[in-house]
Design a protein around this ligand. Sequence first.
Ligand SMILES: NC(=O)c1ccc[n+]([C@@H]2O[C@H](COP(=O)([O-])OP(=O)(O)OC[C@H]3O[C@@H](n4cnc5c(N)ncnc54)[C@H](OP(=O)(O)O)[C@@H]3O)[C@@H](O)[C@H]2O)c1
Length: 322
Amino acid sequence: MKYRHLGTAGIQVSELSFGSWLTFHGQSGLEATISMMEAAYEAGVNFFDNAEAYAGGESEELMGAALKKLGWRRGSFLVSTKLFWGLHEGPNEQNTLNRKYLIEGIDGSLRRLDLDYVDLLFCHRADPTTPIEETVWAMHNIIEKGKALYWGTSEWEAADILTAIEIAERHHLHKPIVEQPVYNLFERHRFDSSYESLYQDRGYGSTTWSPLASGLLTGKYNDGVPSDSRGALESFDWLQEQLTDAERLEKVAALKPLADQMGASLAQFSLAWCLQNPFVSTVMTGASRVEQVQENMQAIEFVDSFTPDVMDEIDRIFENSP
Ligand SMILES: NC(=O)c1ccc[n+]([C@@H]2O[C@H](COP(=O)([O-])OP(=O)(O)OC[C@H]3O[C@@H](n4cnc5c(N)ncnc54)[C@H](OP(=O)(O)O)[C@@H]3O)[C@@H](O)[C@H]2O)c1
């Protein structure tokens, strides 16, 4: 495993990391969660991503229980969580980044994770109804209290991130250091175009998500929806539509010979493609079983195989990508 700095921050993250969305609690119990985290850690993963909203808080509880059983030294791994959607109904507790929600929210997450602090705390989405200044102060205060070490944004507009950085700089507060955006072969345009100056000029880091487009980029949906896959989960119709879209499946099939030439599986090829972008600090992987973790961790070996010819061919395949 190799490690990259989160932008220009001092902290380093493994090039591949591991997240819990939809899988922890939804598809895996404690035993499977432990096995997958262990396989990732043994491969050198030092960063584990979570969020308050995942499985209504159960995902944090499961990761906390797994960490307790695994007994790793706290200095050897990073944990993140994210706040925004909230767990309770009410005007101040949902879809918000107000000060009260954030200050109380982090306490709930730490309780569920059974940790004294998280390494990274993300604002899971932007909240146009709360002044950015209020959010920046609240995140700063959380860090000052030792409940988080760094903070970041997820799916914020670049202009809002810049505003947050400037507010923090003006008041000498802890500024956000990292964005958590979607990034995969199908959804690359925002990452590539809007954030570039943040990465280049402001030293912003990135922890990118859904590198396999929820499994589509493994090729497993090209012969229909496997019954044991994310695409078969109930109440995810929007996801099923994407996973069975004929045009997308055609592009995945067209990638297969390129992956074959490298000697990589489609999953490894698609993960390694994310990592050839130097503005990616870490690619957050997801898995529902330990074999997938083991396969995905080997993607590291193919990062240097993306020659200009391969990149041109990928561009040709995705020219008309949605
Ligand atoms: N900030 C945000 O808004 C946000 C949003 C989404 C995710 N995230 C984070 O990013 C992490 C990764 O996202 P993601 O889970 O969507 O990643 P992904 O890599 O796009 O999808 C992971 C899923 O693909 C399937 N898969 C993975 N490896 C495979 C392999 N080698 N062979 C076959 N199938 C394989 C598994 O699902 P099945 O086995 O069930 O098919 C796995 O759960 C999340 O856990 C979360 O921490 C953040």
